[in-house]
Design a protein. Structure first.
Length: 343
């Protein structure tokens, strides 16, 4: 894709990166491929904030606050286990940055309700979750809150999946409207950074691995769980007998081998053999189980260590949040003076 922004953006020490996750459960392999790996690399070259979006999680899970609370810890453990380093990346809790709530209120005046209703990602989510006309105001306006997340640290780069592009667009509309309306230039526009890596399909072959679709392998899954899940993986439904020729395209086991198995020449040979016939699914699946286990075993081990030290995780989060509070206070100061709220 030629319009892939990741090819053109300049990631330098001058960039400020913000990205985040909704804490609604532990993170899975799709997160690893699509965002976590990138964050581990980006923390070496730019100033990076990673936000645990508990307020945004509540727009959907408002009646399950305990789940959100527990997931904040789960997600934090996942971050550290994959190598996000709290010395290099500022990890913070969204709800503890009060300026985000304050900015959201101020930004809401700059966005029409019709504009919010037109956001394609929100529209799809409203359909998927069956909200219909009962959609809450909080859910409908979460892109505005996301604009506050991004601008409160004056992020210039936002690494996100393609489905988040409408949020970045919305953010930049708000930024331009704010600067125009209040005759200022204190807010800066942000650019999306879309990962180069293909999106990881779910175990069932659906386009996306997701918790709500129940087709995910979690970073915290045991070796047994991984093996069980891979054995259930979607292959080629026409490939019934070992000697039947099989299809490689759309065969999730091959998609995963392409992404995770570094012995590419061998994988190509397996593809040719599978197409000819005579190669059973179980041979491939065993190989994939080994590849995934080699990747996930050390992550799982580190994760377990962190999960046992809740005080450490809490402290780490509070320290990151404190650093973010300083940045947020400065932004808020500027915003308040631009709107003549600096009494
Ligand atoms: N909406 C994002 C998601 O569901 C999470 C998120 C919240 C986020 N605030 C953000 C991502 C700010 C990037 C920047 O994945």
């Amino acid at each position: 894709m030629d319009d892939n922004p990741s090819r053109t953006v300049d990631i330098s020490k001058h960039a400020t990166i913000l990205t985040g996750d909704r804490p609604t459960g532990p993170l899975h392999l799709g997160h690893f491929v699509g965002s976590l790996q990138n964050r581990v690399a980006l923390q070496e070259v730019a100033r990076q904030f990673v936000m645990i979006a508990d307020i945004q999680a509540l727009t959907d899970y408002y009646d399950r606050p305990e789940k959100v609370r527990e997931s904040v810890y789960e997600v934090a453990c996942d971050y550290l286990a994959v190598g996000i380093d709290p010395q290099k990346t500022t990890i913070f809790i969204q709800s503890m940055i009060h300026e985000i709530a304050e900015l959201t209120m101020l930004y809401l005046n700059l966005v029409t309700v019709n504009r919010l209703r037109r956001n394609p990602t929100v529209k799809t989510e409203i359909e998927q979750k069956g909200f219909g006309e009962q959609v809450t105001a909080g859910f409908l306006m979460y892109p505005v809150s996301q604009a506050a997340d991004i601008t409160v640290v004056r992020a210039t780069l936002v690494p996100v999946g393609e489905d988040q592009l409408p949020m970045i667009e919305q953010t930049n509309e708000i930024v331009r409207s704010f600067n125009r309306t209040y005759h200022t230039s204190i807010l800066c526009e942000a650019e999306a950074l879309i990962p180069r890596c293909a999106r990881l399909p779910g175990l069932d072959g659906k386009a996306k691995m997701s918790k709500s679709l129940g087709n995910a392998i979690y970073l915290s899954d045991s070796a047994d769980e991984i093996a069980k899940k891979v054995k259930l993986m979607y292959t080629d439904p026409q490939h019934i007998h070992v000697n039947d020729p099989g299809k490689v395209e759309g065969n999730v086991v091959f998609t995963y081998l392409d992404i995770f198995d570094t012995r590419t020449a061998e994988v190509e040979e397996l593809k040719a053999h599978y197409r000819r016939g005579g190669l059973g699914d179980m041979v491939l699946k065993r190989r994939l189980i080994d590849v995934l286990e080699a990747l996930l075993a050390p992550i799982r081990e580190r994760r377990l260590q962190y999960a046992q030290d809740r005080a450490y995780i809490r402290n780490m989060l509070l320290q990151g949040t404190e650093r973010t509070q300083e940045v947020a206070a400065r932004t808020m100061h500027d915003v308040r003076s631009a709107i003549h709220l600096d009494y």
